[in-house]
Design a protein around this ligand. Structure first.
Ligand SMILES: [Zn+2]
Length: 317
């Protein structure tokens, strides 16, 4: 039996999954990311984990059909990474490095949100759709577009970067990308806390969070689901910014479905309802836009997407 590996490389942890050729998840585990030496120890560490797994399971190296890696930043078509702040990489190619570590094994790399999108498209919430966009709501806002089974990363690797579409031109604070009014400043976990603090400071809303010195996006969602007026207003503003940006995407490439994932999406349907409320306001040419739904694969989306990318590169899919 041939084996595929899906690897999701993050700034604190590396998740690794082994898969059968048919796509069944066999094993998964995680190791800490060693960022020292400009992140140069990351790929040898992943290769070491794969060698160890293969030897423990008596899998000859020529049975490893491929490795698909997710990287938290833009990745060129040949796997080249110009800058990846989270991994301390600069002018680095994880694909050639992996192929040096494991000669004869076919490796591939993609942006992590694109990879998670591939996972949701083939095995998760986007399964029945012909075109899909995944939006991940975590510390930041990421996105990945899949059309006809292929990742659309664009000419410059920024297609689907919904976090830096700017629906709020009246915003004066700067986003970490340097622009102002980005979706990231609202719909990310950090953005939600920022807006909630602003609302509380303005005194315009009532909320139990007024009593709290510190709170998280999760606290805001919990309060909103209990009917807290301030938290509800915060969700309306933050997810409204995303809803508006999704309507821009719909007018650009009209996907069948939007899949919402990432830590913030764990709050559930309340997030979808708040996005839809704004999204639906922007359609005049058609009656209704795309379906918006929650992601299905949770934290495994990246490794599953990695195994699919590996299978595609190996000509198995
Ligand atoms: Zn931005």
């Amino acid at each position: 039996m041939n084996i595929l590996f899906g690897v999701d490389i993050g700034g604190t942890q590396i998740k690794i999954g082994s898969f059968s050729e048919k796509g069944e998840l066999l094993d998964k585990w995680a190791v800490d990311t060693d960022l020292s030496d400009q992140g140069k120890r990351i790929i040898p560490a992943v290769a070491g984990e794969i060698r160890k797994y293969a030897s423990e399971h008596q899998i000859p190296m020529d049975r490893i059909a491929g490795i698909g890696m997710g990287i938290p930043g833009p990745v060129d078509k040949d796997g080249y990474v110009k800058v990846c702040v989270n991994l301390n990489w600069r002018d680095f190619n994880p694909v050639t490095e992996m192929e040096k570590e494991l000669p004869g094994v076919c490796a591939a790399a993609e942006n992590d949100a694109n990879l998670a999108a591939l996972g949701e498209y083939y095995c998760g919430a986007g399964k029945s759709a012909s075109s899909m966009m995944l939006v991940t709501l975590g510390t930041g806002v990421g996105g990945g577009i899949i059309i006809g089974g292929n990742i659309i990363s664009g000419s410059h690797g920024i297609a689907g970067e919904i976090g830096h579409i700017t629906p709020h031109i009246e915003e004066h604070e700067k986003c970490n990308c340097g622009n102002t009014g980005c979706v990231d400043q609202f719909a990310s976990a950090t953005g939600m806390v920022r807006i909630m603090k602003k609302l509380l400071k303005s005194g315009e809303v009532e909320s139990v969070l007024t009593m709290e010195e510190d709170f998280s996006a999760k606290d805001i969602c919990t309060c909103a689901s209990k009917g807290d007026p301030g938290a509800k207003k915060c969700l309306e503003i933050c997810m409204g910014a995303l809803g508006e940006a999704l309507s821009v995407f719909s007018h650009a490439f009209d996907p069948e479905i939007y899949v919402i994932g990432g830590g913030v999406s764990k709050a559930g349907q309340i997030i979808i309802d708040a996005i839809e409320q704004e999204y639906d306001k922007h359609f005049f040419l058609i009656e209704k836009g795309a379906k918006i739904t929650l992601a299905a694969l949770g934290n495994d989306a990246g490794i599953i997407g990695g195994s699919i990318l590996a299978a595609k590169h190996a000509g198995l899919k």
